[in-house]
Design a protein around this ligand. Structure first.
Ligand code: GLU
Length: 179
């Protein structure tokens, strides 16, 4: 069972996210990652192995931001690797998400997105879901609720997604089904 943490407030997000991920280490995982809203946009850092490895990377960088999401992954689609670790993002870094569960129809959705001009850097069902949400986000004129509602109508499976949208720098969004 993977772990998800999200934070928005007045404190620095990175410390809170790393602390949250450490508290969920007992569940088991193969990789970990965080995303933070910064003045320069959404920043993602991921690492295979222990949360302490991820912590060492972000400690040396001082990623400034008070809104973020984090994830410890148990791979179901794609090997444990940095490219498959969460968070996953849309091509232009507008949408970033972490995910627990499985998108059963990801293959069919992936083919549809390829026809719409999307490309894929990972083997995960999660990246497919992020790009589907991105498609509807853009079609709706950057409306997260409309995008999530439309995307979830097409996604089959049991899941929890926690997301951030670049245009909403202080908000963390969540959606889940049977999870
Ligand atoms: N199906 C996703 C993956 O393989 C999420 C796995 C999880 O729940 O950690 O990346």
């Amino acid at each position: 069972m993977c772990g998800i943490v999200g934070y928005t407030g007045t404190s620095q997000a990175t410390d809170i996210l790393i602390d949250g991920l450490k508290r969920m280490e007992y569940r088991g995982y193969d990789s970990a990652g965080i995303a933070v809203q910064t003045d320069a946009g959404l920043v993602v850092r991921r690492k295979v192995g222990k949360v302490s490895g991820l912590e060492a990377i972000v400690a040396s960088e001082h990623i400034e931001g008070t809104c973020g999401i984090g994830h410890t992954r148990w791979a179901t689609h794609g090997v444990p690797s940095e490219e498959n670790a969460h968070p996953h993002w849309s091509d232009d870094m507008t949408v970033v998400a972490v995910h627990n569960g499985i998108v059963e129809n990801y293959q069919e959705l992936r083919e549809d997105l390829l026809r719409n001009g999307y490309t894929f850097y990972s083997q995960t069902d999660t990246e497919v879901a992020v790009k589907l949400i991105d498609l509807y986000y853009k079609k709706s004129g950057n409306n997260p609720i409309a995008a999530l509602t439309k995307a979830m109508k097409r996604i089959r499976g049991s899941y929890c997604f926690v997301l951030m949208f670049r245009e909403f720098p202080n908000a963390v969004w969540g959606v889940r089904k049977d999870n």
